[in-house]
Design a protein around this ligand. Structure first.
Ligand code: XMP
Length: 319
């Protein structure tokens, strides 16, 4: 694609012009956006870039390891892997308000990140994979007055004490363009095709209080859901598919015993940029297989429901 090839070249020149001989730190989230930004910047300035991956413990199953191996082993990009799972889960204890959870994660993320950044000698710049819709939604999420309905913790600049200048090469791009750029940069189809994942991670897919046990349950259920979607060949037709662990218990029956366990909601939507979305019309047998496997294989879940709300009036995430 010559447009992307040209954009890539143009961005590389821009990054070099902005950064000069300065050092850049890039926060990797595990998602496509920050990964594409990191690979692009690495191509522009090589060893002047150090990536920092803060593992919040709120990623999808096994995703932390995948990010580390892609960057360290495949791209050979200097990477600091911060194991901050306990810190994040500890800070989330007792919190159930969605915005409080987001703010806590955002604050802690910056704290942990800053601690690492301070160790990188002479760092002047911070790179982020901010996209155009992030910029727009942070100002006016649903086209109305600028009331912040959801604070996206990965946007909005830097706290005073971080004194780093921003490098945001994807700021003018939409998601499909970031994917095209990722392909242009040699990232695998499976990697660039991954569904978007929110910065606060699984914490906003567990309405109510987040506990380590709930995170584990949700990771297992979510992995089965995505596995069945891939097996059915539907993954690429869907913008985002994920599970939400509800703070609701219902009665069920397993063998000849009564159960009283949590409800899991499945969500899948089609969209072109995340600003509006339609619920995805699954073939029923696929949903049926997901429900059967999840109830049989994941302890603590005895009922599965499917969300048929579009955006608007619903949002994609439940919090
Ligand atoms: P909503 O739920 O607002 O989601 O319809 C639109 C898109 O944004 C993602 N999302 C977030 N991403 N931090 C992020 O980085 C957040 O706090 C956040 N909240 C929602 C969501 O996954 C969807 O792709």
């Amino acid at each position: 694609d010559w447009t992307m090839a040209a954009f890539r070249q143009e961005m590389i020149e821009k990054i070099r012009a902005q950064v000069g001989s300065g050092r850049v730190i890039c926060g990797l989230s595990g998602g496509v956006d920050s990964s594409v930004a990191a690979v692009l910047i690495h191509e522009a300035i090589g060893e002047q870039l150090t990536c920092v991956f803060v593992d919040t413990g709120l990623l999808r199953k096994n995703e932390g390891e995948q990010v580390v191996s892609l960057f360290r082993d495949h791209y050979n990009i200097p990477l600091i892997h911060v194991q901050a799972q306990d810190k994040f889960l500890g800070a989330l204890k007792g919190l159930s308000d969605p915005e409080q959870k987001r703010k806590t994660i955002g604050r802690l993320f910056i704290e942990v990140f800053d601690e690492e950044a301070a160790k990188i000698d002479g760092a002047e710049f911070l790179a982020q994979g901010t996209l155009y819709p992030d910029v727009v939604e942070s100002v006016s999420p649903h086209g109305g007055p600028s009331t912040v309905i959801k604070s996206h913790h990965n946007v909005g600049g830097l706290p005073e004490y971080m004194k780093l200048k921003l490098v945001e090469p994807l700021r003018e791009l939409f998601k499909d363009e970031v994917r095209a750029l990722g392909r242009e940069l040699g990232l695998s189809e499976a990697f660039v095709g991954r569904h978007p994942f929110p910065g606060p991670g699984l914490a906003i897919r567990i309405p109510g209080e987040v506990t380590p046990e709930k995170v584990k349950t949700l990771q297992d259920a979510d992995a089965i859901y995505l596995d069945e979607i891939r097996k059915a060949g539907l993954y690429d037709d869907i913008w985002q598919a994920f599970a939400v662990l509800l703070p609701v218990k219902t009665v069920g029956v397993m063998g000849d015993a009564r159960t009283y366990e949590d409800v899991l909601a499945l969500r899948a939507v089609t969209s072109s940029d995340g600003m509006t979305a339609d619920f995805y019309e699954f073939p029923w047998p696929v949903l049926g297989r997901c429900a059967t496997r999840i109830v049989n294989e994941v302890r603590g879940v005895n009922r599965v429901v499917y969300d048929v709300t579009s955006k608007p009036p619903g949002t994609i995430e439940w919090e």
